[in-house]
Write a protein that binds this ligand. Sequence first.
Ligand SMILES: Cc1ncc(COP(=O)(O)O)c(C=O)c1O
Length: 403
Amino acid sequence: MRNVRADFPILNQTVHGRPLVYLDNAATSQKPQAVIDAQAAYYRTINANVHRGIHALSEAATHAYEEARRKVAAFIHAPQTEEVIFTRNTTEGINLVANAWGRKFLKAGDAVLLTVMEHHSNLVPWQILRDQIGIEVRYLPVHDDGTLDLSDLERRLDGVKLVSFVHASNVLGTINPVRQIADAAHAAGAVVLVDGAQALLHLPVDVQALGCDFYAFSGHKMCGPTGIGVLWGRLALLEAMNPFLGGGDMIVKVELERVTYAEPPAKFEAGTPPIAEAITLGAAVDYLNCVGMAEIAAYEHDLTAYALGKLREVEGLRLLGNAPERGAVFAFTLGNIHAHDLSTLLDERGIAIRAGHHCAQPLGKRFGVPASARASLAFYNQPAEVDALIDGLHHALEVFHVS
Ligand SMILES: Cc1ncc(COP(=O)(O)O)c(C=O)c1O
């Protein structure tokens, strides 16, 4: 992993006169040169609109776009390439399910089960449906250690039509037992959507082994560009759903009186898609495959243990969550120093962390912490960067005279 750092040109810079220590990977990941080059190469050589041009450039762009879909499908072990829909991001994938599946198959009084540890992107779309069509929204509670409370799962699933939850928490670091929850949900007759935003950069993901029905994620959080995301869904479900957006490319035939929709994935990709971004996401998948997801997971496992040990030694530091299955995401408070002050002090030392509610306000409320600092690591981070963070935290304690 020592060598991969050189693949990321952005990491080789100073910020406020100090070497950049980028620990905000849960917000967005950095991009290797191969990914940056892939986007430029697309525009330099084959830029054209896809699916409709009968000329060489359009055919090349279409081929590259569909090849990217195949790469993504293989990366997540999707049974069929047609099950991969390109979206803008995780948020759009979840909204797609809420609207195209939810508005067709949910009616007033039906229940949807979420968890208290969800990102706003997996809370608000369902609350909109609650307010607009009268569904009930339930929540699985979270234990003090940051694991989900599954003790009452069967009872909570009664009357539930869809369960939607996060694979890896962007605050607690918890990796949820997707298979166990999916099996229980299916036994109760519910469909399962998983928010994989924080998983793809860190873990091998196999949607078949996870046993879910939908899986949403963002390209920018897995070494890819912004503006591209993926929703994977089982083909039978995608076929049964309503379309999401209407327009060009998602139809077979349009008459003034009626419209015939295309099959998935085209049915859910209205208008000119994010062609360059999808192709570049394909390059990110190539890159991650080259480094190796199993190697990444093993490296991060050790880095997580190292960071946890160091953080626990800092006096006055309260870590949110302590799940046995967890990734390298550490949200914490330090004495009574405000997270924004902490982030500002660390930034002066070139250290980038996140501060605030991390788009999970109900979770902050659950832990009585409206704002926290968050350091989130990736495979291109090194133990020395954890040490820099720890030094920065001790410096903050001195500045604020916290003993
Ligand atoms: C767990 C989780 N879900 C969803 C999202 C939303 O991702 P995006 O903003 O790329 O749609 C995030 C982003 O931080 C996240 O951490």
